[in-house]
Write a protein that binds this ligand. Structure first.
Ligand SMILES: [Zn+2]
Length: 212
């Protein structure tokens, strides 16, 4: 079964067996979020960066977690599978890209329900991408490869999480996979690694502060 549909099916069964929506909402307040990750988001926001979450999870989970940590305002967009509660307190999750209107991406790494690369294209069109537009992308899954190839040069940074499927994909014995990546690649294990890297590239955290 397709992943989003499967989650929706599990939620249906959970509800039918008497599972309460409150259990889910409570669980969202217990999802750990590395304090360094919060610091990174705040730092980039304060430096004038536009922060976007692009995820194959769903809107209820992401909004719930962000609100719990009080950091929802740092993000201009949350692009993910739409979810909602009905009047019986059952949670529904739908595919961002519905089955009857496939995204048609041929990269081979994207899920049926979301092509993160196309979402980045749309986003860049909206922000009016020009030569000065820079991108920092933090990813862990194989489906983060499709947006990563949209990054144009080594002023952009692709943060690749160690031990996850994106790293496994990038380190395959296939030079063509690496060849199309123009961004500078930085591997990370903990959020602290990303923070350290951002501080070692002061133009990222100072660039827009100086403009103000
Ligand atoms: Zn794609």
């Amino acid at each position: 079964m397709q992943w989003t549909d499967l989650q929706n099916e599990c939620l249906k069964e959970f509800h039918e067996q008497g599972g309460s929506g409150q259990v889910i909402r409570d669980a969202l307040t217990k999802v750990p979020l590395d304090a360094h990750m919060i610091q990174i988001c705040q730092l980039l926001f304060d430096s004038g960066w536009k922060l976007v979450i692009l995820s194959d999870a769903n809107s209820v989970y992401i909004e719930g977690i962000l609100q719990h940590y009080g950091i929802r305002h740092l993000f201009s967009n949350v692009i993910t599978n739409p979810a909602h509660w009905d009047e019986q307190d059952r949670l529904y999750i739908q595919r961002l890209t519905p089955a009857n209107a496939p995204h048609g991406c041929a990269m081979g790494v994207c899920s049926l329900n979301i092509c993160k690369g196309q979402q980045v294209d749309t986003l860049l069109r909206h922000v009016g991408k020009d030569m000065s537009t820079r991108m920092i992308y933090v990813g862990d899954g194989r489906n983060d490869y499709c947006p990563a190839i949209r990054m144009k040069d080594d002023k952009d940074i692709l943060f690749v999480r160690r031990g996850r499927s994106l790293e496994a994909y990038l380190t395959r014995d296939d030079p063509a996979i690496q060849e199309v990546l123009k961004a500078r690649i930085v591997y990370w294990k903990r959020a602290g690694d990303i923070l350290e890297e951002l501080f070692s590239a002061p133009e990222i955290v100072r660039l827009l502060l100086e403009d103000d």
